[in-house]
Design a protein around this ligand. Structure first.
Ligand code: HEC
Length: 171
């Protein structure tokens, strides 16, 4: 048994013997398999974990208008929420503008993030094809890929983000 497990058992034991267990707030419900399956994914920077599906910026524009525009503005320039586009070459200036396009080192993160968290009020509402398409659209708006470039699990990891080499390891 690891030290970690021993620590948990000791804490539980203290709670039970102190009679505190009954007074803990009865929050939450067990996660069912379907809910878990919908959130149990991770896309790594190299693209591992990307699902099947594909899309282009041309197709993503309509999805953006419908699901993203209200918060992120026309062409992704920002509205009530973050700008997703622009800020290129601003990072080393007095007023760095960190957007998906100017700052994020890996294009694959866009897929992971949008699938996990966007649209804000209904994460999980978009299909994988729609997420690929809207990812392509954000890359297109940032001048990183062409409008008809097919974005899928093979092509997305190959997209070179402008700030790819702008991070340093701190040891
Ligand atoms: C109801 C408002 C709302 C809608 C609709 C919405 N977003 Fe967002 N979005 C946000 C907020 C708020 C944040 C910042 C969240 C945070 O920082 O924790 C965000 C952040 C993001 C980011 C990360 C930006 C960064 O630089 O860190 C991306 C990418 C993004 N949204 C994409 C999308 C896409 C694509 C859609 C449509 C499918 C969408 N969002 C729809 C509110 C929204």
């Amino acid at each position: 048994m690891s030290m970690h497990n021993i620590g948990i058992i000791i804490i539980l034991n203290i709670l039970v013997t102190a009679g505190l267990a009954d007074e803990l707030p009865d929050l939450g419900v067990p996660v069912d398999a379907e809910t878990l399956a919908a959130i149990d994914f991770t896309v790594l920077p190299n693209g591992d974990g990307l699902p099947d599906g594909s899309g282009t910026a041309a197709g993503g524009a309509a999805i953006y208008q419908l699901h993203c525009l209200a918060c992120h503005g026309e062409g992704g320039i920002g509205s009530v929420n973050d700008s997703l586009v622009g800020g290129h070459d601003s990072l080393a200036t007095q007023r760095p503008q960190k957007t998906v396009g100017s700052y994020w080192p890996y294009a694959t993160t866009i897929f992971d993030y949008v699938r996990r968290a966007m649209p804000l009020q209904a994460p999980g509402a978009l299909s994988n094809d729609e997420i690929y398409a809207v990812t392509a659209y954000l890359l297109f708006l940032n001048g990183i890929v062409g409008e008809d470039k097919e974005i899928n699990s093979r092509t997305l990891p190959l997209v070179e983000m402008p700030n790819r080499d702008g991070f340093v390891w701190v040891y």
